[in-house]
Design a protein around this ligand. Structure first.
Ligand code: GDP
Length: 314
């Protein structure tokens, strides 16, 4: 039976999208809102690219390349190869031909004066997605990564061009003072029954959302279940640089460190059964198998988390 409560999920890209797919099957779509990181967004070839929004759109619409977890399945790269062969364009950021269609539509609609929230609503509608995807802000808030070897890098230079190998010294969110939380996000949070942080990278995917002025304060004022979960399983990230960044920032690589990162913002935390148990008087703690290897695992984890939270009331 579909869960009939308003759920707002703060979320990044590929890791978060796994849980999003499970939630999409167990929550009524009109009750399900994703507030998506746009700190990874950038401009390339004059096109606005929103990697985390795209990953969620492709995942929830079934277009996604299942092996990669991002991009469009069975996509070709004719345009990118022509750009490289004819004009020497550096192809370090993969842009498939079908994927380019999304960036062209988005850019054209932005240029016509629509906000990113409006554009995303239109794109998701066309792709048949019934849950709501809200960019964290309509303003641009690019994540800048300061590294020991290369100095400051734009997020995609750090993540894709340099394959997250440079050592991270600090991370900042450019222009975040000028990026108010959107009305749509505010309204979604005001109507929420449950807020969930996806198991996305706290430092790269969730920190940009929390950096949007007003968002932390709004969350702090809510008196409802606000639950985060571990992206760290058995001492490592399932994928990507989360554990590496924690080490580089001098943070112990553990689920407890992730719970501590959210601090007073959360009142519940889902840990993985493979991790060393820890205690925290402030938090309701659950231990589950959080490794989402296939669709049934994603659905059953989504269901288990929501059933656990429903049980708080009784
Ligand atoms: P990105 O924006 O594409 O880097 O993806 P996210 O930030 O949304 O997610 C990356 C995080 O997801 C990593 O820290 C992974 O450890 C975590 N992750 C990926 N798959 C799983 C999974 O199956 N279970 C859990 N608990 N975490 C996962």
């Amino acid at each position: 039976m579909a869960i009939d409560r308003n759920l707002v999920v703060l979320i990044g890209g590929v890791g978060g999208a796994k849980l999003a797919l499970g939630l999409n099957q167990v929550v009524r779509p009109e009750r399900l809102t994703f507030v998506v990181n746009t700190g990874d967004d950038f401009w390339r070839l004059g096109l606005k690219i929103c990697p985390d929004l795209d990953t969620l759109m492709y995942t929830l619409s079934g277009l996604v390349d299942p092996a990669a977890g991002w991009g469009v399945a069975h996509d070709s790269d004719t345009v990118l190869r022509s750009l490289q062969e004819n004009y020497g364009f550096e192809p370090w950021f993969r842009l498939g031909d079908k994927d380019l269609a999304t960036h062209l539509m988005r850019t054209q609609m932005l240029r016509s004066g629509n906000t990113l929230t409006e554009v995303t609503a239109c794109l998701t509608d066309r792709l048949g997605i019934r849950a709501r995807l809200l960019p964290m802000s309509d303003a641009e808030v690019p994540t800048i990564v300061d590294t020991a070897e290369k100095g400051e890098l734009g997020f995609q230079e750090y993540f894709v061009k340099h394959r997250w190998q440079p050592t991270v010294r600090s991370i900042r969110h450019q222009n975040c003072e000028g990026a108010p939380v959107s009305t749509a996000v505010q309204m979604a949070l005001a109507a929420a029954d449950i807020v969930l942080f996806a198991p996305s990278n706290p430092w790269l995917s969730l920190a940009p959302i929390l950096a949007v002025p007003g968002l932390r304060a709004t969350l702090k004022d809510l008196t409802l279940p606000i639950v985060a979960m571990t992206p760290i399983i058995a001492g490592d990230a399932v994928k990507g640089p989360t554990a590496k960044i924690m080490t580089e920032l001098g943070i112990d690589v553990s689920a407890k460190s992730v719970a501590d990162y959210f601090g007073a913002l959360i009142n519940g935390f889902v840990d993985d059964i493979r991790n060393q148990p820890f205690e925290d008087d402030r938090l309701r703690l659950a231990r589950m198998d959080t490794l989402m290897t296939d669709l049934p695992a994603k659905v059953s984890l989504a269901r288990a988390i929501l059933a656990w939270i429903e049980g708080w009331a009784s």
